[in-house]
Design a protein around this ligand. Structure first.
Ligand SMILES: *Cc1c(COP(=O)(O)O)cnc(C)c1O
Length: 393
């Protein structure tokens, strides 16, 4: 370059030589860059050969993504983690890395709606067969296992009935038949349950829910051994479901208060569950922390608390549920979960609307069922809102 840059060049290159700050930031900064530059071929070789501190292109890796992956691996008790742009992207990358055409997956019949659609509608197009069954009955799984079964995919706490799976029993099956056991731990979060401690192969989390916790990011993670994460990463990079540096930064920020939030979510949920069970017009409360729940003992063994999610049934089907939804003042109807504010959803009209009323009833999902994601507010205010909404006047 000859002499001084013109304004046309300055606009592109000005400020480039500014040195890096000498002081270390307390919080990992956001590297809002899609690509990194190199001053030699040796440097580019190093980056491509997987040197930990070297980055090439943000779809392959970014410092903010790496920090978040390391934090999540530690929190779940795994060797390595992969962070994706949504919970669904993490499930897609994990499952498609382990299964190909001709393989078979066994999963639960009360799966999260998005995963249910992914498995039933999309996987079949790629020649992957899926069986949906009641995975709380171990003999049913064993009956369904075929020579081409590769993956057993379950959720620690199911939606909306809050069933709890017996991880030790499932690990025994997966070892006996040589399957991969994948556990979606979104409803529990690693503060309530750490499935890797039981010997499962992979834990999946929708970071959108408790881990970020503030209803402002979508993200997902897969955590497991380094060997299995290394197998998933190439497919994940090629499929392209990577998160933005800013979203990784937000999740890191949310993560710091996860223990405090979970404590409050769990203690509030127990109080709200006990309260709802005493209310006239409420015919059933599904919460693993209530002694009447079919998996109460298992939940006590396997989880450090009972979680922040519950559901209850009001007599009178959709009409009665709608009345409660319209009357609630503090609690909003939001078809997602795990934010700091208490929210409700109506499974029959949201997550399970693709099913007939008859099929829902077979699973135990009443049209009068309301699912509650209990927030971190003062529990008295949450109960008071439900009390006035359920009052029969
Ligand atoms: C929300 C959710 C997902 C999907 O996560 P997204 O971030 O919405 O893609 C998967 N599993 C469970 C249990 C969830 O609640």
């Amino acid at each position: 370059m000859k002499g001084k840059m013109t304004k046309w060049t300055q606009a592109v290159h000005a400020g480039k030589g500014t040195p890096w700050p000498k002081s270390r930031p307390t919080v990992q900064p956001i590297y809002q860059t899609s690509v990194f530059s190199f001053n030699s071929l040796e440097a580019v070789d190093e980056a491509f050969s997987g040197d930990e501190g070297a980055f090439v292109y943000s779809r392959y890796g970014n410092p903010g993504l790496q920090v978040l992956e390391q934090a999540l691996a530690q929190l779940e008790g795994g060797e390595a983690a992969l962070v994706a742009s949504s919970g669904m992207a993490s499930i897609t990358s994990a499952v498609l890395s382990l299964c190909g055409a001709g393989d078979h997956i066994i999963t639960t019949q009360d799966l999260y709606g998005g995963t249910q659609v992914l498995f039933s509608r999309e996987m079949s197009r790629f020649g992957i067969e899926v069986s949906f069954l009641d995975v709380t009955q171990a003999y049913r799984i064993e009956e369904a296992i075929k020579p081409n079964t590769k993956v057993l995919f379950v959720e620690t706490i199911s939606n909306p009935l809050m069933k709890v799976v017996d991880l030790a029993a499932l690990v025994a099956i997966k070892r006996g038949y040589g399957l991969y056991l994948l556990v979606d731990n979104t409803f529990a979060s690693p503060l309530v349950c750490r499935p890797l401690e039981y010997g499962v192969d992979l834990v999946l989390e929708s970071l959108t829910k408790y881990i970020n916790g503030h209803s402002d990011v979508t993200g997902g993670a897969v955590v497991g051994s380094k060997e299995i994460i290394d197998r998933i990463r190439p497919l994940h990079i090629n499929m392209g479901g990577v998160p933005s540096p800013f979203d990784c930064w937000l999740v890191m920020r949310g993560l710091k208060t996860l223990p405090l939030r979970m404590k409050q979510h769990c203690s509030n949920a127990l109080l709200v569950a006990e309260f709802l069970a005493t209310q006239p017009g409420v015919t059933h409360v599904h919460y693993p922390g209530l002694p009447g729940h079919p998996h109460y003992k298992l939940a006590q063994r396997q989880m450090s608390a009972y979680g922040g999610m519950l559901s209850f049934v009001v007599a009178g089907g959709c009409y009665a549920a709608d009345k409660v939804i319209r009357r609630l003042k503090l609690v909003e109807f939001v078809p997602s979960l795990a934010g700091v504010a208490t929210t409700i959803s109506h499974p029959a009209k949201t997550s399970h609307r693709g099913m007939t009323s008859f099929d829902r009833a077979k699973l135990g999902i009443d049209d009068g069922m309301i699912r509650v994601s209990v927030g971190i507010e003062d529990p008295e205010d949450i109960c008071a809102d439900f009390e006035q909404a359920l009052r029969n006047d």
